[in-house]
Write a new protein. Structure first.
Length: 497
């Protein structure tokens, strides 16, 4: 096996401990066991995960946690009928079918027989991955995001294998990595970022985005990264089959020379593995050896934000990061990667230079702004990205046109679910004005749609207020302040765990 080699990355305790003992920080408090040195050190003999444990994966986790150099030679036996069955029931019944047209309901009519057949093919080596069906969804910037919709059997098997592999990689992944990991949500990443900027000496923020990440993954490097932990040849072959199955678009098959199909069940884990070795481990080493001040980082999938005490550190980090990415066929998006002056001193410093208000940056659907609370203390205020809200309202307006002649209770139930979902994500402290506007605009669009149903409409604003009160949930803050939830999440954890 060939691995990328560089400076020594041995598992030593970082020299930069939290500035104030007991105070939360963005990534140090949630750090996991240090796994530096894995790539550069010789691998140890492989180990069997062991089938004789109650939960099946307990021993896998135990070995992965205890021995960061262990390679697992026997994992596929954990992909049994029970795990395949559980994976089937975890798939949304409304999920779009793949190239074979098989739906969740159709497959479930003979579920046990179908799962037994899949299990036999997988363990006998007769399983063949099907090409993904190409579909597109609109992005916030107006472009189209390509998706690869796998067949139902591929989804089932990928989910089952990902569950097994996650038992290993969850012991390796860094605390500042949040995307598509069990028990972690976008709001956990947002909390960590807000707390890190507020509690650490952050004056500059690098808002970064990897250009076309899911279509740029190098298959050779991905294989090398996975092989560092996984030595079960059958599992490795399954992964190769999935990434090389190709896609079908307009009836034409095309090969997948690079990338992982966005939308496949295995892709998020493979993406995290890729960035774990390319970015996360490297960041830990860079901060320890090159930084002259505080450095924080929060990553969610291919979007990440890094905070720096000194501008010189931030600029050097960006130079080194571009060089690092180029080695692994990755590139930072030129339009979505920005270095901005941001933090508790930004307003004061910019005013002294006559540069105006502090800059803002976007992350996970929110525009982050420098602000002060009622007692004059700095805090990171988050507001719904204007472009995102306009796009969502345009979608609601379009859907209302199609549902205009449905009974009012049906319309109300649907709109209630839309507003409820919006509140569940965006109703954070400091963003109440934006969610109130969203609810008001939804009500206005509904009112206009109802009045257009007939030229003799009797819908007035007085009656509309009754509909609004009956069906749409009130706009109120749904989340605690970031420090409250972050402190609960990280309570009692060691900064260098």
């Amino acid at each position: 096996m060939v691995y990328e080699r560089g400076k020594s990355d041995s598992p030593v305790v970082p020299t930069k401990l939290p500035n104030k003992a007991g105070r939360p920080e963005a990534e140090a408090v949630e750090g996991r066991g240090l796994a530096e040195g894995n790539t550069d050190s010789p691998t140890r003999p492989g180990r069997s995960a062991g089938p004789d444990v109650s939960s099946g994966l307990d021993r896998v986790r135990e070995v992965a946690r205890r021995d960061k150099d262990a390679r697992f030679t026997a994992l596929l036996h954990h992909v049994d009928l029970a795990r395949l069955r559980s994976a089937y029931w975890a798939i949304r019944p409304q999920a779009a079918p793949g190239t074979d047209g098989v739906t969740w309901g159709t497959y479930g009519q003979d579920l046990e027989e179908n799962l037994q057949g899949l299990h036999t093919r997988v363990h006998s080596g007769a399983y063949r991955a099907s090409p993904s069906r190409r579909a597109y969804i609109s992005k916030a910037d107006g472009r189209l995001r390509p998706l690869g919709i796998a067949t139902l059997e591929d989804k089932i098997l990928q989910r089952a294998v990902v569950e097994v592999l996650s038992a290993i990689y969850e012991e390796d992944f860094r605390g500042f990595s949040y995307g598509f990991r069990p028990g972690r949500s976008p709001h956990d990443a947002l909390d960590a970022l807000a707390v890190g900027i507020s509690e650490r000496k952050v004056n500059w923020v690098l808002d970064a985005d990897v250009k076309d990440f899911f279509t740029s993954l190098d298959h050779d490097w991905l294989a090398r990264f996975v092989e560092h932990r996984i030595a079960d040849k059958r599992v490795l072959r399954l992964i190769q089959k999935w990434v090389k199955a190709g896609v079908i678009e307009d009836g034409e098959w095309s090969a997948s020379e690079t990338g992982a199909p966005q939308g496949a069940s295995a892709s998020p884990l493979l993406a995290n593995v890729y960035l774990h070795y390319v970015l996360d481990r490297w960041v830990r080493q860079w901060r320890r050896k090159n930084a002259h001040g505080d450095v924080i980082i929060v990553r969610f999938a291919d979007d990440f934000v890094a905070g720096f005490e000194h501008r010189a550190d931030a600029e050097q980090f960006l130079i080194d990061l571009r060089e690092r990415f180029s080695k692994f066929a990755l590139e930072l998006h030129p339009d979505k990667t920005r270095l901005v002056e941001f933090g508790r001193n930004a307003a004061r410093d910019r005013k002294a230079r006559g540069d105006g208000k502090p800059e803002t940056f976007d992350f996970l659907g929110f525009t982050h702004m420098c602000a002060k609370n009622k007692i004059g203390r700095f805090w990171v205020r988050r507001k719904t990205i204007s472009k995102r809200m306009r796009a969502k309202l345009a979608e609601v307006k379009d859907q209302l046109k199609r549902r205009r002649h449905l009974p009012i209770p049906e319309q109300g139930q649907w709109l209630g679910s839309v507003v409820r979902g919006h509140l569940a994500y965006y109703a954070v402290p400091g963003n109440i004005d934006a969610v109130v506007v969203f609810r008001q605009e939804v009500t206005r669009y509904w009112f206009e749609a109802l009045r257009r149903r007939s030229q003799r409409t009797r819908i007035t604003w007085n009656r509309m207020r009754l509909y609004e009160k009956r069906w749409l949930p009130p706009a109120r803050t749904m989340h605690p302040f970031p420090s409250v939830r972050f402190n609960v999440r990280t309570q009692g954890r060691s900064p260098v765990r």
